[in-house]
Ligand binder design. Structure first.
Ligand SMILES: *Cc1c(COP(=O)(O)O)cnc(C)c1O
Length: 488
């Protein structure tokens, strides 16, 4: 199977090339030429397999230049004892109609591990397959969860280095601790003076700097990105939608072939898009509920067909969804309207900050997606409500989705639905404690453990006492020097 850019269908590349390059040369995102089919018979067979075997089988349909043996080896390494639940992505049932898909049992306690534990294997193999002799340096600007998940995924992976920049004024205490205590020989972490935009525009400028790229190339390195525009990050996410469906059938909650809705806390639109791809392949999924916080640009888009990023940016208690430009939406546009129209929308977006979908594409998207949002107060209420009604503790991102699901059911009635849970509540312990109405504690992790009766996840438990390896902070114009020094 070949891949092409969302902005130009005429030039094709292999899966390995798409993963090695990350972004297409025209600025578009790589998508497969056709989606492989998933028949009910196959789904039934997948239901008998464990998570790594499901992953190898499903990813194999997209990666013709990888052998099943290779993919099975990668899946065994990516989804093993680095997760604290043998099911890897377990499904819990809140009631007859509601399942929670927990995607946070990996090493950083957030859903990005599902893709970033797999990406390094796919990427390093892709470099070999495409004949790339240089080593790859992964460059990340992070507002929180991605940086840590990428560090854990790439640490000590041969032939790679990873440099992560986080805004000095703009990550949570826990997120910062997770990064500055990172272990591994090939990792580098630094704060950047300023906010996330300063860090991100610094990194973007480096990606566009030819002279810098040439200088690194002389030293045997090239730069790549681990953010969710890479096909190698999206693909592993398709797996857990299919896996969750299998688990609902296995638990006797759903008949094979019956429709299942999914409600997803959304930022960059990568997670929810992977679910939609699974539906397009043939998974009997119904609708995808796209849940946003106060940054509700997607809610408005799904209501009006107009995407407009010209609006205030809100800092919320679900920070991984504080996003105004959802880059993976481009892949959905391409699937609905093709490369010409997508290029047009994307140039409107970069020129004016907005674009308006044509009616046919909007109608098609509305059939499969519904958008809803809520603010921080409603998020806190939902954490408290679910905990007292079901004795189930949710993180703020998951609670946004749970709230949106409740309001949707008020209007549309109750259908079997998977609520996609993207972070451990312990990762946001202070906010979750206050949502439960508990006083702020010196040690929020311990306080939340005693309030909930749940154990603190091991990766977070020892953080406060782990040695800090990366205390430095650079000015926004000092990023290149730091990278050069690290790769020397
Ligand atoms: C990244 C993230 C999201 C948003 O996922 P997208 O793929 O960007 O839509 C939601 N919740 C958590 C906890 C995250 O880390």
């Amino acid at each position: 199977m070949q891949y092409h850019s969302t902005r130009d269908s005429s030039r094709q590349v292999s899966a390995a090339q798409a993963i090695a390059r990350g972004l297409a040369p025209d600025g578009g995102l790589f998508v497969p030429d056709v989606l492989p089919r998933l028949e009910l018979e196959e789904l039934k067979a997948l239901a008998d397999l464990d998570y790594p075997s499901r992953a190898a089988a499903i990813m194999g349909k997209f990666l013709e230049d990888f052998s099943q043996q290779e993919l099975r080896t990668f899946a065994a390494m990516a989804y093993g004892s680095n997760f604290d639940d043998p099911a890897i992505a377990p499904v819990r049932f809140l009631d007859d109609e509601t399942a929670v898909l927990e995607l946070w049992h990996g090493p950083t306690c957030a859903f990005k591990d599902m893709a970033l534990q797999m990406l390094p294997h796919l990427l390093t193999a892709s470099l070999v397959k495409t004949g790339e002799a240089r080593k790859v340096c992964i460059l990340v600007a992070t507002s929180g969860d991605t940086g840590k998940a990428a560090l854990e995924g790439f640490r000590d992976v041969p032939g790679t280095g990873i440099v992560v920049f986080y805004p000095r004024d703009g990550v949570s205490h826990m997120q910062k601790l997770q990064m500055v205590t990172q272990e591994g020989k090939n990792v580098c972490v630094s704060a950047v003076a300023g906010n996330f935009d300063d860090a991100q525009s610094g990194v973007k400028a480096i990606f566009g700097d030819r002279a810098f790229a040439d200088a690194l190339s002389q030293k045997g390195w090239f730069l790549s990105s681990a953010n969710s525009i890479n096909w190698g990050r999206l693909l592993p996410q398709i797996v857990y939608y299919i896996s969750a469906y299998c688990d609902c059938v296995n638990a006797g909650r759903l008949n094979l072939g019956e429709e299942l809705d999914f409600c997803v806390p959304t930022g960059n639109f990568g997670n929810i898009l992977a679910g939609w791809y699974a539906k397009e392949m043939g998974l009997p999924a119904g609708r995808f509920l796209c849940a946003s916080n106060a940054n509700n640009v997607l809610t408005e888009f799904l209501e009006t067909g107009v995407y407009d990023r010209n609006r205030p940016f809100h800092t919320t208690i679900s920070p991984s969804m504080d996003i105004l430009v959802s880059s993976n939406l481009e892949r959905l546009l391409h699937a609905q309207c093709g490369d010409k129209a997508t290029s047009g929308y994307m140039s409107d977006l970069s020129r004016t900050g907005r674009y308006a979908l044509d009616d046919a594409a909007f109608t098609a998207i509305r059939r499969d997606f519904y958008g809803g949002c809520c603010d921080d107060a409603a998020t806190r209420d939902e954490i408290r409500r679910v905990f007292s009604a079901h004795n189930y503790l949710m993180d703020p991102h998951t609670a946004v989705a749970s709230h949106v699901l409740c309001r949707y059911r008020d209007k549309e009635g109750c259908r079997p639905t998977v609520l996609v849970s993207t972070a451990s509540p312990f990762k946001f312990a202070a906010d979750v404690l206050s949502a439960l109405g508990r006083p702020q504690a010196q040690e929020p992790l311990a306080a939340l453990a005693s309030a909930s009766g749940m154990p603190v996840p091991a990766p977070l438990a020892g953080l406060e006492t782990r040695p800090v390896r990366f205390a430095g902070c650079v000015e926004a114009d000092g990023l290149r020097d730091l990278i050069s020094g690290f790769l020397a």
